[in-house]
Design a protein around this ligand. Structure first.
Ligand SMILES: [Mg+2]
Length: 146
């Protein structure tokens, strides 16, 4: 799936790795992230204002993290990326929201990967209201998605 060029992954947290109030990850998702961290420098970057929530998730994955990330603002993510020893086109951002994750990724020249939102159990949410609206708007605004 990923180009050989990609060396680092920036992962969104809410809706991408888990949903709901409790900072619990499904085994599938936990194993996927732990495994991907063997091949890619992996970092959690969340807009969630709760440091304790994102830290509890990051600790389960043994990853560094940012909370209150302010996506789609470039400011905080740029700092993180500048500290990663790869160029921006070797870094992928994976997230479930076009107007935060994908937009900031495009603004910083990252490889962007839009995923379906997951629920509390790590299962794909079939009809996600936010994503449906976002995809619709994105189609109108940019013709970005087919
Ligand atoms: Mg999200």
């Amino acid at each position: 799936m990923l180009s050989k060029k990609v060396k680092a992954l920036i992962l969104d947290v809410d809706g991408t790795l888990t949903s709901g109030k409790k900072p619990i990850l499904s085994d599938d998702i936990k194993n996927w992230v732990i495994n991907s961290n063997k091949f890619f420098y992996t970092y959690l970057f969340s807009n969630n204002p709760s440091r304790s929530r994102i830290k509890q998730i990051a600790d389960q994955l043994d990853l560094e993290f940012t909370h209150s990330g302010g996506k789609p603002s470039k400011k905080k993510l740029k700092k993180v990326i500048d500290a990663i020893p790869y160029s921006s086109n070797e870094i992928a951002i994976i997230g479930d929201r076009i107007f935060t994750d994908i937009l900031v990724g495009n603004r910083l020249g990252l490889y962007t990967i839009l995923v379906d939102s997951v629920d509390y159990y790590g299962k794909k949410i079939e009809r996600n209201k936010f994503q449906s609206i976002e995809r619709y708007l994105a189609k109108i605004i940019t013709g970005y998605l087919s």
